[in-house]
Design a binder for this molecule. Structure first.
Ligand code: FES
Length: 336
């Protein structure tokens, strides 16, 4: 579900999304809802897809989208806090709050649903419910024949139970609580003993769960079996919690020229003045360090991170220095 990267770069194609809502889903599990600031549609995704979440130091974590793919205005992920993990889940739990902007990659799908099968069996272990929940939404819309078996330590550790309850009532979702002892939970081998031509199997969960599923379906055709592994946990040094990316700065931000309506992107490695200069809009410059005020420009809207040493608090309400100022939000409107 997630993996580590040290590229240190944020792709230009990433989305800068606002955290609209965080909901408690179970012990150690939060669900995070991301939306565009203007409420417009997000790029489409299919059941089983994941998105990358970018951290300031270049790390990337992947999380499955768990809402209905037909919902175009939001992405929903669920994150289990893993205190012995690699730090990403702790960072998200501790540092991501509602209203925050987060750098989110475009959805990709390495775990697609084979639609049209006569019967689908979905096996979720713990937080492995996330991609399978999106599949359930899709299968419901298709009117497909399926069963989701959701294994968790207890009811208190199982996410999305309210949402899944109507499907449980219909027998589409079956909960299995083992109290922490898998031997007391779902008998996966017995469940998968039967195979009928065309049936499809999907499973996702922690390592022991994955091994049990793999052992139990060796007699299934390879093309009928679909699974997604968590990347193995690798502890960070004590106290190291990466900073989940980002306010808008991690992806750059936009400036709008009030007189023309032109919108320009200011990437992380350029100043506002440089971007203006590239468009033939020359701003007088001197120190280029936020010391002299020569490059100041009036702004009409936006949340400025000033970074200069020259403007008074009063001046900062109207002006920014184009050599060092950045934006805390998505866009600054300049009086040019
Ligand atoms: S050039 Fe001096 S503050 Fe910008």
């Amino acid at each position: 579900m997630y993996q580590l990267s040290h590229t240190g770069k944020y792709p230009k194609t990433a989305l800068n999304l606002r955290v609209r809502q965080i909901t408690y889903q179970g012990i150690g599990i939060n669900a995070y809802e991301f939306v565009r600031e203007d409420g417009s549609e997000l790029p489409e995704f299919t059941a089983g897809a994941h998105v990358d979440l970018y951290f300031r130091d270049g790390r990337v974590r992947q999380y499955s989208l768990c809402n209905d793919p037909d919902e175009r205005q939001r992405y929903l992920i669920a994150v289990l806090r893993e205190d012995n993990g690699r730090g990403g889940s702790i960072a998200i739990h501790e540092r991501v709050h509602t209203q925050r902007l987060v750098a989110v990659g475009y959805p990709r799908n390495n775990f697609p649903l084979a639609e049209g099968a006569p019967h689908q069996i979905l096996l979720a272990g713990g937080i492995g419910i996330t991609p399978l929940k999106a599949m359930v939404h899709r299968l419901e819309r298709l009117g497909a024949d399926y069963t989701l078996h959701y294994c968790a330590k207890s009811s208190a550790h199982a996410a999305f139970q309210e949402e899944l309850a109507p499907l449980a009532a219909k027998g589409r979702v079956v909960m299995h609580f083992d109290g922490g002892n898998p031997a007391k939970g779902l008998d996966i081998a017995a469940l998968l003993r039967r195979y009928e031509p065309g049936w499809q199997l999907y499973y996702c969960g922690p390592p022991g769960f994955m091994e049990a599923c793999a052992r139990a379906c060796t007699h299934w055709p390879a093309d009928a079996v679909h699974f997604e592994y968590f990347v193995g946990a690798q502890a960070l040094p004590a106290g190291e919690v990466p900073d989940i990316g980002s306010d808008a700065l991690t992806l750059g931000f936009q400036i709008k020229i009030a007189s023309t309506g032109a919108v320009l992107t200011v990437p992380n490695d350029k100043s506002i003045a440089e971007v203006l200069g590239e468009q033939g809009i020359e701003v007088p410059m001197s120190c280029e360090s936020g010391l002299c005020g020569t490059c100041k420009v009036r702004y009409l809207a936006g949340d400025v991170e000033h970074r200069d040493y020259v403007l008074s608090p009063e001046a900062r309400t109207q002006f920014l220095t184009t050599c060092v100022s950045r934006s805390k939000g998505a866009t600054l409107v300049l009086d040019l």
